[in-house]
Design a protein around this ligand. Structure first.
Ligand code: R5P
Length: 320
């Protein structure tokens, strides 16, 4: 082993997930103070020795994307200055990922800038889950372990043994992901043609596939304003679908997303805990499944220099 002990440090984005990972790894979380100075600047101190060790910083860049990104950068800087042997940023939800190309004049490629910032801060490798666009891995010239929540989410629906299942992609961009779930669950695939009118307003133009009389699983990488997936759910129901289930890896749930999801007629909304989800008032409709065991397994494999892709062998049989 090149590096010393495995340690997990976390910022304020998702301490519960960090603790779940530590429980699975059988180690205590390395304490760190992550606070704010009175002027709003972020104040960080890692409270234990890290010299020579293999450090995993667990921090989604959400729900408070800018503060949580800055906390992550400062933690990495502190760890490098404290002579950590290797620093891996474990970013279950990678924010700014939707700005991954210059699709009009005078706009940034935010995902690339975030990648540059992480590397400049001193990150040696990244572990992340269901990047909005898998190509973002190429924004880094360091190893990126890109994990999929599919085994966690698909297992939930496999246990439900939903009959007449049609997996529906709420837009063309999520078609590949939906096809993987359809293969895993033994259902058919339909794709929705979506038009985005504004950041929080989408419109369904057509459903490619016959959803009438079928039970529907709508699957996406994230639910942000909830517009895409709730419009898709309503369109499926209008087209004669039976039960509509919704699943997504990342529950960003900004603005009135919760209300939209409650009102769209879905039977269940299933998310993972890459981002903490406040279930107050919506406990009946929502299910949150933990990605902690998968992340712990990946961290353990990285630490012991074992294959991470081996975690996904069974899954790849059903993915394309
Ligand atoms: C789109 O490309 C993504 O996969 C999601 O469908 C989208 O970002 C979700 O955003 P919202 O919930 O605001 O419609």
């Amino acid at each position: 082993m090149i590096y010393g002990n495995l340690q997990v440090v976390a910022g304020n984005a998702n301490p519960r997930l960090a603790d779940a990972i530590c429980r699975d790894l059988g180690i205590p979380r390395t304490p760190a103070k992550v606070d704010k100075f009175p002027d709003g600047e972020i104040d960080v101190r890692v409270e234990d020795h890290v010299r020579g060790n293999d450090i995993f910083v667990v921090q989604s860049t959400c729900p408070d994307v800018n503060d949580h990104l800055m906390e992550l950068l400062l933690l990495v800087d502190a760890l490098r200055r404290a002579s950590a042997g290797r620093v891996t940023a474990v970013i279950p939800y990678f924010g700014y990922a939707r700005k991954d190309r210059k699709d009009e004049g005078r706009v940034p490629i935010s995902a690339k800038l975030v990648a540059n910032l992480l590397v400049t801060a001193g990150v040696h490798r990244v572990i992340t889950v269901d990047l909005h666009a898998a190509q973002i891995q190429g924004f880094f010239d360091i190893p990126v372990d890109h994990l999929y929540a599919a085994p966690v989410l698909a297992e939930h629906f496999r246990q439900k043994a939903i009959s007449d299942l049609m997996v529906v992609a709420p837009d063309v961009g999520s078609a590949k992901m939906a096809r993987g779930y359809a293969k895993r669950l033994g259902g058919d695939l339909a794709i929705i043609n979506k038009r985005r009118i504004a950041a929080d307003h989408t419109e369904v133009t057509e459903i490619i596939g016959e959803v009438a009389g079928r039970n529907i699983l709508l699957i996406d990488d994230m639910i942000s304003t909830g517009g895409s997936i709730t419009e898709a759910a309503k369109a499926c129901r209008k087209a004669g679908a039976k039960d509509v289930y919704i699943a997504a890896t990342h529950g960003v749930l900004c603005g009135s997303a919760r209300e939209k999801l409650e009102a769209c007629g879905a039977k269940e909304v299933v998310l993972t805990d890459t981002i903490p989800v406040d279930l107050a008032g919506v406990e009946g409709l929502f299910r949150v499944l933990s990605i902690g065991p998968l992340l712990a397994a990946a961290i353990d494999r990285v630490h012991h220099e074992r294959s991470v892709s081996a975690l996904f062998v069974r899954r790849e049989e059903g993915m394309s």
